[in-house]
Write a protein that binds this ligand. Sequence first.
Ligand SMILES: [Zn+2]
Length: 289
Amino acid sequence: MLIGAHVSTAGGLAKAVSRGEDLGCSSIQIFNQSPRAWKPSAYGDEDFAAFREAMDKSDVQTVIIHAVYLINCATPDPELRAKSLTSLTNALRIGEAIGAIGVVLHPGARKDADLAPAIERAGSVIGEAIADSESCPVLIEQMAGHKGILGHDFDEIAALTEAAGGGDRVGLCLDSCHLFVSGYDIRTVEGLDGVLKEADAKVGLDRLKALHVNDSLVPFGSKRDRHADLGEGEIGERSLALFLSEPRFDGLTATLETPGKDKKGATAEDVAFARKLRSRGLKARAVMS
Ligand SMILES: [Zn+2]
């Protein structure tokens, strides 16, 4: 498992790699542009080359892009749809230029509109973005379940995957916090096993390319998205240790999106603690079997 954190690209793409190194990350996640503005970052070939060179020299092995929050692939508004498509396609092209594993995407919000047509709308934008780019996968993120946000359960993710064309560039990103607040009980080995069996049956675990590892400030099934530092929330150290040591997650990138003690994001201590929890989980599993 490649444990790492979400890092800022302030100062340039290559700067994100050195931030990842400072945190002791084996993997990093970045935004391809400011997450709260439509304006794309003006990256050119030199930026991509500098990024790849920095990666080659570092212990950071993989990079994931998180698409910007403004994207709403499910919108019925033609202007927002066009902006969402442009932004997602741009993220995929940057992903290709920097060798990213995928672009993590919040699949969209339907607000009060009907579910099935919203899923069709979202799927068609995702499918078009894939068709307009070469190789980088879209990783649909399993969401926290607040009303009107698509993708909180595996039925919706399966329908979105299908609506996006169902090809091998439609992938999945699982977030421990989102699973927990959506009512997927990942607190025990058996619970997590059941959740992954359902994900496999409905979506296919071969699509799972990335994990977000976060504790939850809010209770099980509460359908709100409030990340907490590992061990400081409602999921707790023991269950996160099991999540991090799940055999089906071996080899995946696992990104901390935790607030950190100064609310500036995960620290080197947090990344080290995640590794410690993983080894604790491996030991606990060895005793159980
Ligand atoms: Zn996300």
